[in-house]
Design a protein around this ligand. Structure first.
Ligand code: ATP
Length: 263
């Protein structure tokens, strides 16, 4: 589904602040993969998602989706099939609009311009979908989104993303700002939606346990490179301890003081 071939991203090239955020990276993500990505601060994880989404152009290398090169396709055009969620729960929804108006926007995007309007039937559908989130939102269709808690808002963002029918979703620490209970809830929802809607997903997390528990494939990044890429049985038998040892073997330095271990 996605192919990155020899992708490098250098920021501030030729200046004293030059940083190679992603270094000669090769990656193929297959359709239906749910890939978790971990790595130290500054490892290049967010840059990788930004390159796939088209927020940044690579300094060299190519990016293809379903066999078609998209390296120069602008972000707004890739957004037709890519859904993104960020750490900040305020980013995915419009706070000064009601839940139903927010959801309507996603429905229109999902129906690719087909004329649909907010009527009783749509409201019933929204109510059912919100009820399935199990966040107590089904009776709050007319409330402004700004009144929701961070967890409720991130769950709504997730629902809106899937009803806009993306084929690929990019999750950049989307539960990191939530308390543990809400984080666990939103993660379970994420997993359910990925399965139900047959999505391909890449999820950055600083929580090693989440990275192990969720998804069928795990990537570890360091210094702009993928240093560890496992799936299948090797992934399901992984433990946090083994992951830490693996990092040490591969990089010959510890992860001990890193945020990746503190979550
Ligand atoms: N827009 C930018 N301009 C300049 N440097 C950048 C930019 N974006 C990222 N970088 C640098 O590129 C490197 C990789 O950053 P990136 O945000 O991809 O890492 P990360 O693995 O997501 O880190 P974190 O876990 O801390 O969010 C870092 O050194 C960062 O400072």
């Amino acid at each position: 589904m996605i192919d990155l071939a020899s992708v490098t991203k250098v920021f501030n090239e030729g200046t004293v602040n030059e940083t190679t955020a992603v270094r000669n990276l090769n990656l193929t993500v297959r359709e239906g993969d749910f890939v978790t990505v971990i790595g130290s601060n500054g490892a290049g994880k967010s840059t990788l998602l930004n390159l796939i989404a088209g927020s940044y152009a690579p300094s060299s290398g190519t990016i293809s989706v379903n066999g078609k090169e998209v390296t120069k396709v602008p972000e707004y055009r890739r957004a037709r099939y890519i859904g993104r969620i960020f750490q900040n729960p305020l980013l995915g929804t419009a706070g000064n609009m009601s839940l139903e108006d927010n959801m309507m926007i996603s429905y229109r995007k999902g129906f690719k311009g087909l004329k649909i309007s907010l009527n009783q039937k749509m409201r019933e559908l929204f109510r059912r979908e919100l009820k399935a989130l199990d966040m107590g939102l089904e009776d709050r269709l007319e409330n402004n989104v700004s009144l929701l808690s961070g967890g409720q808002r991130q769950a709504l963002t997730l629902l809106m993303m899937v009803i806009s029918k993306p084929s690929l979703i990019l999750l950049d620490e989307h539960t990191a700002a939530l308390d543990p209970r809400n984080a666990a809830k939103v993660l379970e929802l994420t997993k359910r939606f990925i399965t139900e809607y047959g999505l391909t997903a890449i999820m950055i997390t600083h929580n090693m346990e989440y990275a192990i528990r969720y998804g069928n494939r795990l990537l570890m990044m360091d210094g702009g490179e993928i240093i560890f890429d496992i799936d299948g049985r090797e992934k399901s038998s992984l433990t946090v301890d083994r992951l830490v040892v693996k990092f040490h073997e591969l990089r010959n330095h510890d992860l001990a003081s890193d945020r990746v271990l503190l979550s």
